[in-house]
Design a protein around this ligand. Sequence first.
Ligand code: SF4
Ligand code: SF4
Length: 437
Amino acid sequence: MVLGKTFKGGFHVHAHKELSNKGSIKTIVAPSIVKIPLAQHIGAPATALVKAGDEVKVGQLIGERNGNISANVHSSVSGIVQKVEETATIRGRHVVTVFIENDGKDTLGYEVLNRDWKNVTKEELVHIIGDAGITGMGGASFPTHVKVNPPKGRVIDSVILNAAECEPYLTADDMLIRVHAKEIVEGLQIIMKTVDAKDGYITIEDNKPEAIGILKPICEANNINLTVVKTKYPQGDEKRIIDVTLGRIVPTGKLPAHVGVVVNNVSTAFAIYEAVKYGKPIYERVATFTGFGFKEPTNAWFRVGTTIQDGIDALGGLTEDAAKVIIGGPMMGFAVYSTEFPLEKAQNGVLVMTESQSHMQETTPCIKCNKCVDVCPVRLVPFQLEASVKYHKTDMMLDYHLMDCIECGSCSYVCPAKRPLVESIRIGKNQMRIIPK
Ligand code: SF4
Ligand code: SF4
């Protein structure tokens, strides 16, 4: 076990993980209606395989992936398809969505297996992962069957399981490790087999002592390197975690595979284990339902297609001063205007903030204190980037490497003038993407 590593930049933030990192993982009972979007991933939407009136079962394929950069979608309940139509989803996009009336019987639509991954070829493993519709569950939602099947000639020597969970408030990965560490380590070993990697790593922040204590003997018994890093935001960023774990720098514009590494999230590894071992597609996951706006913050399993409101009601409701719902954590998450949106495979957290936490603070002129520069993990100059966007200076945006920003929000968080730095950078990035080359 390696202890105490960290990266340059970043900062310590009061994480409020104590709100939800106790007790057991609850289960949100599947609601009477689920709304399952056919585009929950990066890439082409899946194609609907069902229509109104069709009977479906739990785990049945209802949306078939459309090309390689796409993902299968499965039913999370058994029942009758009410309708298939375009609906606004959690990120505001309109997506073809399958509405299913739950019959409450939970009739399974897949055969439960008891497979040993050691007896399965790597080609079959990739196939199983793709069929199960697994996508990155740390928030990115990139189709996992692509990530674990690098192009021919690309040598991957290491797989890192990202257990940092550096976003404040979120504890879903921490709690999942405490219950399923052995299965998660097997999930990592499956990924190592698919990419032919000789070394496996789990990198975790030192604010999760229980999970570390459980992982340590399992990692030692399986020759997995456990790296315990200092708690600092944004440790969980893919490039930061590669740097701190292996000392390798992923160049600008390149992916981790460029330096021989594949990084996956804890929940993704667990879903891979379940798909390979039991033949279970991804139709449920654990997320953190937390914040001072929840009466009883906790972690809970939810079926894909459960609405935010269903989750809130099932978990004890909100406080009277609850004011703002954020999907994900407070740093990289996004606010939603309705609680009727369905939760998707990628959702690792629902954060509800109170009225007093949600006030917009007044913005004042930049005082050139350099705090934003000090915390930037990418070594950018956020105040210059904000100015370049404000004055539409494309050359300056390029000179200051605007597109390298990982949108971690650290600069905005520490700015005493409350400048909307990351918001300006996002606008600049969108402008750069639409400028003709
Ligand atoms: S932290 Fe805010 S006030 Fe300080 S230099 Fe950056 S933008 Fe300016
Ligand atoms: S949001 Fe971008 S510019 Fe700001 S600290 Fe993070 S990486 Fe740096």
